[in-house]
Design a binder for this molecule. Structure first.
Ligand SMILES: Nc1ncnc2c1ncn2[C@@H]1O[C@H](COP(=O)(O)OP(=O)(O)O)[C@@H](O)[C@H]1O
Ligand SMILES: [Mg+2]
Length: 279
């Protein structure tokens, strides 16, 4: 063998070795859960959480390898309180064909505002703020109940998911999969990943079709009416800071439509009804 060929073999071996190492790292990362890291996850009142998120010092710890939008895990520290957070910087957003580039973080914050207006506390406290790599959304990390599998909840059409289905119809959620449902000890279920919401085009994509065509319960209809009223008021003002005007107007029309029909929406055969992958 010539020296050159030797060199080539050596380089190929080195490349193989590096690849093996990267694979081992990925495997190790895949086995690590955020819960196993021992980060602080205090249960905070929403106001306190928002103050901490907006004003605390943000330290980023790593990237969530499951995330397609380069979501980062971090800790935010304030006066005597600290909490684990998820940060999705705008710069990490994957461009999509059906949403304007660089708008996902704001949609997450808009979804939090809508969730607060429902009074159902579906979306964990979320703010828009600057981080080490620019502006993004910052959301409290929620400690889930390891005993509860969200896929089982979906398959059983667990009644606690009804309000999330109502919320998704209101915000036009395009990505409600089982993995975006976070059951917590005590029975509450949070929803996360609301970056693809508020499109002016109807595109509800969800695994929560269990109540399609069924009438809204009185409380659900009352919440939709409240959302509609607040769109003409403080919620509308908050959403206009985060979304295009046409998207806020479309939300009003969507709510009018839901209230007029009085029933959970049905899948539209002309467009995809399920997010992909559904988990
Ligand atoms: N606030 C949160 N608390 C706990 N876990 C979360 C939170 N937000 C997201 N996750 C977890 O991290 C995963 C990735 O986050 P997600 O918002 O879905 O990012 P992406 O935009 O990349 O899909 C989620 O599927 C969920 O398991
Ligand atoms: Mg996701």
């Amino acid at each position: 063998m010539t020296d050159e060929a030797d060199e080539f073999t050596f380089e190929a071996e080195l490349a193989d070795e590096l690849e093996d190492e990267a694979e081992a790292d990925a495997e190790e990362a895949a086995g690590t859960t955020v819960e196993s890291l021992g980060l602080p996850m205090p249960a905070l009142p929403v106001d306190e959480a928002l103050a901490l998120l907006a004003g605390g010092e943000l330290e980023l710890i790593g990237r969530l390898w499951v995330s397609s939008n380069n979501a980062l895990l971090g800790v935010v520290r304030g006066d005597g309180v600290e909490a684990a957070v998820i940060h999705k910087p705008v710069i990490g957003e994957r461009p999509l064909s059906d949403f304007p580039t660089g708008t996902l973080a704001r949609r997450e914050v808009a979804s939090f505002a809508a969730s607060q207006a429902t009074g159902w506390g579906i979306v964990p406290p979320t703010v828009l703020r600057d981080g080490p790599v620019g502006e993004g959304m910052l959301q409290l990390w929620i400690r889930t109940d390891p005993e509860v599998d969200p896929v089982d909840l979906v398959n059983a059409s667990d009644p606690r998911l009804r309000r999330i289905a109502v919320f998704d119809a209101a915000v036009n959620n395009t990505d409600r999969k089982a993995g975006h449902l976070l059951p917590v000890p005590g029975g509450h279920i949070y929803g996360v990943d609301h970056g693809v919401t508020f499109s002016p085009v109807p595109k509800l994509r969800t695994v929560l079709w269990g109540w399609r065509g069924e009438p809204f319960a009185d409380e659900e209809a009352a919440v939709l009416r409240r959302l509609r009223a607040r769109l003409d008021d403080d919620l509308g003002a908050a959403l206009r800071e985060l979304l295009e005007r046409i998207e806020v107007r479309a939300t009003a029309r969507r709510l009018d439509g839901l209230l007029a029909s009085g029933v959970f929406p049905q899948p539209d055969p002309r467009r995809p009804a399920l997010p992909w992958p559904p988990v």
